[in-house]
Ligand binder design. Structure first.
Ligand code: HEM
Ligand code: HEM
Length: 249
């Protein structure tokens, strides 16, 4: 029985209607799920920095700065730029190998980057649902614990495949400098350059175009991450820092 002085007139009514918001508010709820393990997070930010360095130095390799005046031996500007590019290239390649290893031993979210369930209708349904959400055609997106299906597609094709292409063409060009007998020449130059008709300049052009494709991926990726953080139903950027996905509502 509720009385006029009762601080909480709800419980009796709750028995009748089944609605009890106070009980819901007081109940324990899972607010966060641990998604990205430390090696994945560390790799993400190191990889992002390596790619930023590769794009800037690569741009200058393709469009060199004007010659410096004075003694050539006093300046090594393009040399430093090329050296930085190659060093970042190693960081990118070794980092991806480490990330692939973590895909094998880490949690199931660590494998999302390397697999794409293209034969599952449920997957494509979510891809289109997410596309409609990004195009402002759907008022409310689903909640995803790992990557959303559309970002998974973008990361597999726009990042993973592209990065493998950049590593193969990059080390093929690098192996031209380290000459026959070097590991880069044996593993990459020997088959990548012939694949492009034996013309090293063609490989340069495709490697260069790959940079612009990567720039497009990064712009869309950062836009999507920040947009989802604000408009989506779960955390994004903080998840790549802390590892925890928190859910709104
Ligand atoms: C060169 C720059 C970047 C590249 C190449 C890049 C690439 C990637 C890749 C490959 C993943 C998948 C991670 C995995 O499954 O292992 C990822 C996830 C993610 N990245 Fe980046 N990233 C870059 C910069 C950034 C920046 C600047 C931000 C923040 C604004 C960011 C936010 C995120 C977030 C939030 C995720 C997780 C997405 C999700 O859970 O669906 N990234 N990124
Ligand atoms: C996201 C990754 C990468 C980007 C965006 C990138 C970008 C570029 C660009 C724009 C160029 C100039 C091409 C031209 O116009 O001739 C270049 C050249 C080059 N890159 Fe990369 N690159 C990447 C990865 C790599 C990797 C992994 C290596 C391996 C060491 C590498 C090695 C080279 C070499 C050897 C050259 C030619 C240098 C020269 O001719 O002086 N790159 N890169």
């Amino acid at each position: 029985m509720t009385t006029a002085s009762s601080p909480r007139p709800g419980p009796d009514l709750a028995d009748i209607t089944g609605i009890d918001e106070a009980a819901v508010a007081a109940s324990p709820r899972i607010h966060a799920v641990y998604v990205y393990e430390a090696p994945v997070r560390l790799w993400h930010w190191v990889n992002a920095m390596a790619i930023a360095v590769l794009c800037v130095t690569g741009y200058f390799i393709g469009a060199p700065l004007p010659s410096m005046p004075g003694e050539a031996s006093d300046h090594y500007l393009m040399g430093y730029i090329r050296f930085t590019h190659f060093a970042a290239g190693y960081v990118l390649a070794i980092g991806l190998l480490g990330r692939a290893y973590w895909g094998l031993v880490g949690n199931h979210h660590a494998r999302e980057l390397f697999t794409l369930p293209v034969l599952r209708a449920a997957y494509w349904k979510e891809v289109f649902a997410m596309a409609a959400w990004y195009l402002f055609l759907r008022p409310r997106p689903s909640q995803y614990v790992g990557h959303n299906p559309m970002s998974r597609l973008a990361m597999f094709v726009g990042y993973l495949m592209l990065t493998l292409f950049m590593i193969a063409t990059g080390f093929a060009l690098y192996g031209e400098g380290t000459l026959e007998g070097s590991w880069a020449h044996t593993l990459f130059t020997s088959w990548v350059i012939p694949l492009f008709g034996g013309n090293s300049q063609t490989v340069h052009t495709w490697h260069h175009l790959g940079m612009w494709a990567m720039v497009c991926f990064v712009i869309m990726h950062i836009y999507a991450a920040i947009r989802e953080d604000i408009m989506g139903r779960q955390s994004m950027v903080s998840t790549m820092i802390s590892g925890y996905r928190t859910f709104k509502e």
